[in-house]
Design a binder for this molecule. Structure first.
Ligand code: CP
Ligand code: NVA
Length: 320
């Protein structure tokens, strides 16, 4: 049974919507769901979302997030409803009106859009509707669930470990830093000016840090990766920033994760990337394809992390 001390959450717009016990619980539940997956329709959670509808609205492209959420909903016995981008969130009618319509038909909505603030406005307008952030310009919390699950599987208890994030202080970096702080993981972030983590994110991570977890910002990638357990990077040009791609290639050139950089980390240190990756830019093909690369494990774990999340939001009495 679920831990009775956990409160039921309406939304998951940010890792910060969880308290540390909820994050721990989500990761444990994800590991259990992963182990149970081979049971198929015999899995104890196969009908947990029976009769529930979950809308999916993507204003930006997606492979992993869209596919894993659709499979997650189906494997829990729910019904995914693919909303088309011509909903034109925030343009065709007020955001709050879209939310209040959807609240009458579906139990939850998974949304990938540009603005975190728009997502907050959407969630606030519909008190009965569960809203999940499938990536905004500011945060990518579902990615961080999969990243932490992957780290736990590969290196065991995470408390006191150190990971480095090299590159743009973006949505993926933000959610990773939030989760790591709550799990007691030290994080080194190496980014060029002015692409460092927003100051507010540094403050948030400090506020939620457990077990002495420290966040340190660097401008030099070599300094940041020295002795770490895992090196993480992401694209230099996120969706919506395509006009800046040439500039960003120049600014981030010294932040490529290559064999030379990986050699400075702890022997056997993992390489991580949320994908899609750009070989020859943020990572070399050699590192991407190397034995320490866990990128497809991260991709697989998107499914298990999101199944756990959906259970916690929609069926909290089902689970561990
Ligand atoms: N990592 C990730 O979110 O992938 P997609 O953009 O393909 O969903
Ligand atoms: N930072 C990237 C992540 C893609 C999954 C982007 O926002 O495009």
């Amino acid at each position: 049974m679920v831990d009775a001390t956990l409160t039921r959450r309406k939304d998951f717009l940010s890792i910060l919507d969880f308290d540390p016990p909820e994050l721990d619980h989500c990761l444990q539940l994800a590991a259990q769901l992963k182990a149970d997956r081979s049971l198929g329709r015999q899995a104890p959670t196969a009908d947990a979302l029976n009769g529930r509808h979950v809308g999916m609205l993507f204003d930006k492209p997606s492979l992993r997030t869209r596919t894993t959420f659709e499979i997650a909903i189906r494997e829990l016995g729910g019904h995914p409803v693919a909303l088309q981008p011509d909903v034109a969130l925030g343009h065709r009618e007020p955001v709050a009106d879209v939310a209040r319509n959807l609240e009458r038909w579906v139990n939850a909505v998974i949304i990938r859009t540009f603005s975190q603030y728009l997502l907050q406005e959407f969630a606030a307008a519909a008190p009965q509707l569960h809203v999940v952030n499938a990536l905004t310009d500011q945060e990518h919390p579902c990615q961080a669930l999969a990243d932490c699950l992957t780290l736990q599987e590969r290196i065991g208890p995470l408390r006191g470990r150190t990971i480095a994030y090299v590159g743009d202080g973006n949505n993926v970096a933000t959610s990773l830093v939030h989760a790591a702080a709550m799990l007691g993981v030290h994080v080194h972030v190496a980014s060029p000016e002015p692409y460092q983590l927003p100051h507010a994110v540094v403050q948030q991570a400090t506020a939620v840090a457990r077990h002495g977890a420290r966040l340190r910002l660097f401008t030099d990638a070599a300094d940041a990766v020295a002795g770490v357990d895992a090196v993480y990077t992401d694209t230099w040009t996120s969706m919506g920033q395509e006009a800046e791609a040439d500039l960003r290639r120049r600014v981030f050139a010294a932040y490529q994760v290559n064999d030379e950089l990986m050699a400075l980390a702890k022997p056997g240190a993992l390489f991580m990337h949320c994908l899609p990756a750009h070989r020859g830019e943020e990572v070399t093909a050699e590192v991407f394809e190397s034995e320490v690369s866990v990128v497809f494990e991260q991709a697989e774990n998107r499914l298990h992390g999101q199944k756990a999340l959906l259970l916690m939001l929609l069926a909290p009495s089902v689970g561990l």
